[in-house]
Design a protein around this ligand. Structure first.
Ligand code: RP5
Length: 171
């Protein structure tokens, strides 16, 4: 029998350092909604609300969260600090910053010390963070596994269509 968790007995968490990150975190929220997975969205700051961040990360597993997506910009400590407080997988999204264009966020998130991993996606790459979280969920939820395959097939088909159009219409 295939296991199905479609009665939403788990969640994906999306946390971010500021409301100014929301526009760049929206693609993760959208794709998780598209797959019909429950989500928990929070503004938590490693620097401005460290106690709330600790509380949230420590209780995440008990609150039925399976994966945490954490977006932050600049001196982006949120994903790493959250990862240090839970054994759940954490996916970090470096948010584009004004002065250094997100290179600061990327390097802050990606250069974790051995022992506490954060799976880092591209600058503003929250869509892939959402998809990676969904891929993790698909390991234990067969309904999501099927949806993921359909998503991939449609994506491949759209590229084939573009190639056909190019061949027929030319550049
Ligand atoms: C970080 O500082 C946030 O993740 C955000 O990307 C950046 C700027 O925050 P605001 O000054 O816009 O609140 O902590």
């Amino acid at each position: 029998l295939s296991k199905s968790h479609s009665n939403n007995d788990y969640k994906i968490s999306i946390v971010m350092g500021s409301d100014s990150d929301l526009v760049n975190m929206k693609p993760a929220i959208d794709i998780i909604e598209e797959f019909g997975i429950e989500k928990d969205i929070c503004i938590l700051s490693a620097h401005r609300t460290p106690l709330e961040m600790m509380e949230y990360a420590k209780n995440a597993e008990i609150n039925k969260i399976k994966v945490i997506i954490a977006g932050a910009g600049g001196s982006a400590h949120l994903p790493g600090m959250v990862a240090s407080l839970t054994n759940l997988p954490v996916i970090g999204v470096p948010i584009e910053s004004k002065v250094l264009k997100g290179i600061d966020s990327l390097l802050s998130i990606v250069q974790m010390p051995g022992g506490i991993p954060v799976a880092t996606v591209a600058i503003n790459g929250s869509k892939n963070a959402g998809l990676l979280a969904i891929q993790i969920i698909s390991l234990f939820d067969d309904a999501i596994k099927i949806k993921l395959q359909i998503f991939r097939d449609k994506q491949s088909e759209s590229v084939r269509l573009k190639n056909n159009n190019l061949n027929q219409i030319g550049v």
